[in-house]
Design a protein around this ligand. Structure first.
Ligand SMILES: Cc1cc2nc3c(=O)[nH]c(=O)nc-3n(C[C@H](O)[C@H](O)[C@H](O)COP(=O)(O)OP(=O)(O)OC[C@H]3O[C@@H](n4cnc5c(N)ncnc54)[C@H](O)[C@@H]3O)c2cc1C
Ligand code: SF4
Length: 240
């Protein structure tokens, strides 16, 4: 890995101002389960000069319910969301989605904010720099999408635009079905957008100084039934 400066932000305001101050050369780090792999493999041309640690911000890992629904802080761990009785009671699709992610180790470190903001898993995009050079592509801002003519058996060939990598986030799928909204904060204040609008053809809707603060899920209708089903070639790490 290349060297970088590491700041632990004491508040979201501070994190946002650090992002702004370093103008595109800074990246947020939460659990680090995705970002550290991206940095180690040097898949991106722009290597960050600064990492802004947000685990030092208090109160961002709360899961609570009020009359309008469930509110989940961006630093809530996937393991905690998967095991929370509050989540299981009315939002079981999200609980099942969180439990389906990766392995217990990654769920114990990985946060829901990071799960929503993680980079795609397209094998062209993730090709490590140390194995003959990184692959540039449309999503990286240079070159074609290699999946169009290449091996695209795990890509989203129907309805996608520009980039054909599938959304890597299991929780995003459940949150979309549950009609959740994402609250983001930046230097100029906060805004809330539906999960579907958070994702864009080449990334997400976050501005350069913005972070995810909270996920809000409305109370499901009384007769609502939920299940999260996932097809995977991996052996599930949880019991059925
Ligand atoms: C082996 C492996 C298997 C996996 N399998 C699955 C799977 O089956 N399903 C699935 O859904 N995921 C899977 N993942 C991805 C995993 O869920 C994510 O790595 C994890 O959720 C990321 O959380 P984190 O807190 O570690 O994020 P980090 O690695 O810290 O950050 C990831 C990205 O999000 C950004 N970020 C983090 N928090 C915020 C925030 N609050 N606001 C703005 N930006 C933010 C960072 O800048 C970075 O770009 C897998 C990962 C690995 C390594
Ligand atoms: S699918 Fe997306 S990430 Fe993969 S090569 Fe095409 S543009 Fe790049």
């Amino acid at each position: 890995m290349k060297p970088f400066e590491h700041y632990s932000a004491a508040s979201l305001k501070k994190a946002s101002s650090l992002l702004k101050e370093h103008g595109g050369k800074a990246r947020v780090i939460a659990g680090g389960t995705d970002l550290l792999g991206v940095l180690k493999d040097e898949i991106l041309e722009d290597y960050p000069e600064v990492l802004v640690n947000i685990k030092s911000i208090p109160g961002l890992d709360r899961i609570k319910e009020d009359s309008r629904g469930l509110r989940i802080g961006a630093l809530s761990k996937l393991a905690d969301i998967g095991s929370s009785s509050l989540v299981k009671r009315k939002y079981v699709a999200l609980s099942q989605a969180a439990e389906s992610v990766a392995s217990p180790e990654i769920r114990n470190m990985g946060t829901i904010g990071g799960n929503l903001c993680q980079d795609v898993r397209c094998w062209y995009y993730r090709y490590p720099h140390h194995m003959g050079g990184r692959m540039l592509c449309l999503r990286k801002g240079s070159g074609p999408c290699h999946a169009v003519k290449g091996d695209n058996r795990y890509h989203a060939v129907m309805g996608a635009k520009k980039c054909f990598a599938v959304c890597p986030s299991d929780t995003a799928i459940a949150l979309s079905a549950l009609q959740a909204h994402i609250e983001v904060v930046g230097e100029k204040g906060s805004r809330t957008l539906p999960v579907e609008e958070f994702f864009t053809p080449l990334g997400n809707a976050l501005g350069p100084d913005e972070l995810v603060r909270e996920i809000r899920i409305p109370v499901p209708p009384p007769m609502c039934r939920q299940a999260f089903l996932k097809f995977t070639e991996r052996i599930p790490s949880t019991s059925p």
